[in-house]
Design a protein around this ligand. Sequence first.
Ligand SMILES: Cc1ncc(COP(=O)(O)O)c(C=O)c1O
Length: 471
Amino acid sequence: MTEIPAEREFLGSKPREHLTKVLTRTDPIEVSQEGDLIFDGYKAEGLLADFGSPLYVVSEQTLRENFRRIKGVFERLWPTKVLVMYAIKSNNNPAIRAVIHQEGGGGDCFGLGELHSTFMGGADPERIAMNGSNKTEVELRAAIRKGVHVNIDAVDEIRMLDAICADLGTIGSVALRIKSAPESLAGSPSDYMGLASDVRAFLLREKWGFSVESALELVPEILECRNLRLRGFSLHTPRFTQNPELFATCTRDFAESIIRIREATGYVPELIDIGGGWPRDRDPESRMHKLNGSSVENFAEAVVASLLDTFEAHQMPIPELRLEPGRFIVGNAVVLLGRVGQIKRDCGMVWVNVDFSTNNLPRIDTAGSAYHFLPASGLDRSYAELAQIVGSTCIDSRMADNWAVPDLATGEPVAILDAGMYADSASTQFNSVPRPATVMISDGTVHIIKRRETVEDLYRNTSVPDHLLPE
Ligand SMILES: Cc1ncc(COP(=O)(O)O)c(C=O)c1O
């Protein structure tokens, strides 16, 4: 079946109708009678006028609703304890971390920087895990000092952690990261357009996790360490599908590895951490504009069944379940607002420049993410033409290709949905463009949670040697 690209599907309609078709249940977005985009009670134009353009706007309420939704579904399905650990890599703003901490959420962090932002926002160390394939002695020592759990992903980490814990007179909480690349996925292409032609080969090539064969050797080694407590196993399945059954193939394979390890070593885990990758209803990283056909509830059901069936078939006690959602929690809780710049009509085409760029939404360049771009006023105008929506940096910076737009004018406000995940935390300052400010709307009040960068900020760490200084 040939798919109608969403952008053409919307041509002939109005932005208000477009928005209605793609709104999801926790979006804090409305359109006023006058056709203005309202985000969590605030008119987009008013936010830009008060805080400058471009601007990331966070809805505290949506963060909470997303957190409660994913926690709720797993708690309903899993018979023992569940811990939701926010993956701070998806958005490292400490105010966002603080909301998750208030909700009772744990966290996943990577390296010293994310350990820092995690605790800046507030964290219970027992609910925090440090991940990473190349953790240094300094990072491991910092994690152990804080009392943070460590997911081991390198052989040398075992020895380093044991020595650090001995030195600090403590027992380190650890799990071993397992790789899942099921045989049944060999040869099958990813339904994330163009991601991989062979999903098994794609998963095997990833640097993370140990095969079950390696785990069979490493588990006894960890169990022998006097200063480490092996709590269980971790897994993270990168996004490759919108099909819950295919995703659950990986967790079934993970559960089977755990059974094999128990059979060979007698070790029974007290917890399993199944990582992130949980699907959003609108999912730019699927590289498709249309809504996801399967919800997080569908994914949770398939994954939980894969784990429980396997454990119950082998009379394995059911461990605590941990998960590390990032984009699911923060994705639609943030909108990126900006303004239209120059509009060029030539060669039978239209280029609409905007004042943000792929610097602020880097997954467009690195993952082909497909975002929804909308005018933020005049949402009852008809879509009039197809345009290239481009950022002003001197790379392509194409944020939407052949995208339906009304008759836009320079200076008017525009919005990109789903700017919460891997946007600000992965952003760049290419062309020496300072990064936008971020505000958070909390119960009707707007707080600045990251001030706008200045050009001086960009050059704060550089210096020109004396002999090269201009006369
Ligand atoms: C170990 C680990 N946990 C959690 C996540 C979060 O994934 P997502 O934002 O897709 O939920 C990632 C993302 O790459 C990860 O590598």
